[in-house]
Design a protein around this ligand. Structure first.
Ligand SMILES: NC(=O)c1ccc[n+]([C@@H]2O[C@H](COP(=O)([O-])OP(=O)(O)OC[C@H]3O[C@@H](n4cnc5c(N)ncnc54)[C@H](OP(=O)(O)O)[C@@H]3O)[C@@H](O)[C@H]2O)c1
Length: 290
């Protein structure tokens, strides 16, 4: 078995980058995409274009799939000849999906004789292939061990989350949650900045500067939740109750949009009313559990 051979199914911006990275590392790369023209530049660099998804799967032990969503992935797996080609393959599914999507896909792959790994890419295409590129991976340990050299081509920052195939998708949802929560606050902050006549690019630079400290704080709050000890260690809840009220009142006073601070202040007020004001900030999770 040639250990530098791979098939890549799906050549959108991420799949194309993935195929490119394997070519750069001297792999024999077979590619397939629903719209075959997207393979032209890869074929020019030495990739082989398979005539069908089944043919692409049969070309290598290890196949990486990365398409828009699981509807696309399922459509590919349902194509003629694909199920029959799965026997003996190792499918690394890098299409973003839900934990249930991952569980179903693993069952399907096993039923057709294939080993399966689920991965969640936590980077943009031009950030792939770097020593610190984050990639969450889950699935059977022996499959992960076999696939690790292929994964390392794509990302130096692999986080293996254990044998449950669903783990990578679940953690992807959790980290995306952090990103979108931060994004909402960031955009509200941008409205404050522009309304007050500040340079919003400068605001972005200031935010970037506080991020490492903020990241350390989030890590601490995660440990607090895991420990179950919510006695005050860094940040009392009541500070955030007051801060979010202040952001809301300032938005009301200046007439800018209040949706984000109203949501945040509302949650913290309920936490305060539930008697959590004298606990560590992370005790907010008790409200979400109720
Ligand atoms: N781009 C990013 O920044 C980024 C970051 C992290 C994770 N991801 C994840 O990576 C995955 C791919 O993203 P992308 O940016 O490469 O998307 P994209 O550029 O929009 O490419 C979509 C790919 O999916 C294929 N596709 C969609 N529906 C299909 C179907 N029904 N049957 C067959 N093929 C189908 C497309 O084929 P055609 O070419 O024929 O349309 C194309 O290859 C997504 O799950 C995304 O969440 C992306």
């Amino acid at each position: 078995m040639n250990n530098k051979r791979v098939s890549v199914l799906g050549l959108g911006s991420m799949g194309f980058t993935i195929a490119q990275l394997y070519l750069d590392q001297g792999y024999e790369v077979t590619v397939w995409n629903r719209t075959p023209g997207k393979a032209d530049a890869l074929v020019a660099k030495g990739a082989v274009l398979a005539r069908g998804a089944g043919e692409a799967l049969r070309a290598s032990r290890v196949a990486v799939m990365c398409v828009y969503d699981y509807r696309g992935a399922d459509a590919i797996l349902a194509l003629d000849g694909v199920a029959a080609a799965m026997d003996g393959r190792l499918l690394i599914q890098l299409t973003t999906g839900s934990p249930q999507d991952a569980r179903d896909a693993e069952v399907w792959a096993h039923r057709h004789g294939a080993a399966y790994l689920e991965g969640a890419i936590q980077a943009a295409p031009d950030q792939m292939g770097r020593p610190d590129t984050p990639l969450l991976v889950s699935g059977e340990k022996h499959v992960f061990d076999e696939a690790e050299p292929w994964l390392k081509v794509l990302a130096g920052g692999i986080v293996y989350l254990g044998e449950k195939a669903s783990a990578a998708a679940a953690m992807d949802l959790a980290t995306l949650s952090t990103i979108y929560g931060t994004m909402l606050g960031f955009v509200h902050g941008a409205r404050i900045a522009e309304h007050e006549g500040f340079d919003v690019a400068e605001y972005g630079r200031i935010v970037a500067g506080i991020m490492p400290t903020f990241a350390g704080f989030l890590q601490h709050e995660g440990s607090v939740i895991q420990s179950g000890d919510f006695s005050i260690s860094q940040s009392p809840m009541r500070i955030s109750v007051e801060a979010t009220q202040r952001i809301l009142q300032a938005a009301q006073a200046s007439g800018i949009n209040t949706e984000f601070p109203a949501f945040a202040a509302g949650l913290f007020q309920r936490a305060d009313a539930a008697g959590l004001g004298g606990e560590e900030l992370a005790a907010l999770i008790k409200l979400l559990r109720a």
